[in-house]
Write a protein that binds this ligand. Structure first.
Ligand code: 5GP
Ligand code: ZN
Length: 134
């Protein structure tokens, strides 16, 4: 855990551009931003991902992400907001201390949806629905 860069940021051992802090959460500017104002919101306690995090803490993390999203919108006059939250290597997570990406958006900015838009196979949807709702 002591090797976790986000724990080091919380501890002040690695410098960061903090934009929000309370007793449980910390938010700071991403150093490889997807766009202007891209901010990471993290719990101060070390938890790896959504699956290992207590449900209530995830709820509180989302609440702080909303607060940060509002702050960014107010100060940067952004037109929209995109939230990303990656989990585990297969889910594109690269820093294994859970975090939410809060990305202010403007029409025509450089961000693209990370998936191709194509219709679902109806039979696959039906069987998935059955599996997931039983
Ligand atoms: P992930 O890929 O795990 O969802 O996101 C990790 C994010 O952390 C990336 O967007 C990356 O740019 C950011 N990041 C990695 N190292 C540092 C750092 O030392 N300082 C800051 N501010 N951001 C970092
Ligand atoms: Zn950590």
């Amino acid at each position: 855990m002591s090797e976790c860069i986000f724990c080091k940021i919380v501890a002040g051992e690695i410098p960061s551009k903090k934009i929000y802090e309370d007793s449980e959460f910390f938010a700071f500017l991403d150093i490889f931003p997807a766009g202007r104002g891209h901010t990471l919101v993290i719990p101060k306690a070390h938890h790896e991902d959504i699956h290992s995090l207590p449900e209530e803490l995830y709820g509180s993390l989302a609440k702080v992400a909303k607060r940060v999203a509002d702050l960014l919108q107010d100060k940067l006059h952004s037109e929209g907001t995109t939230i990303f939250q990656m989990n585990r290597e297969s889910g594109w997570q690269t820093v294994f201390h859970i975090h939410m990406h809060v990305i202010p958006r403007w029409s025509g900015d450089a961000l693209h949806k990370p998936w191709d838009i194509k219709p679902a196979d109806e039979a696959e949807l039906a069987s998935l629905h059955q599996l997931l709702s039983e």
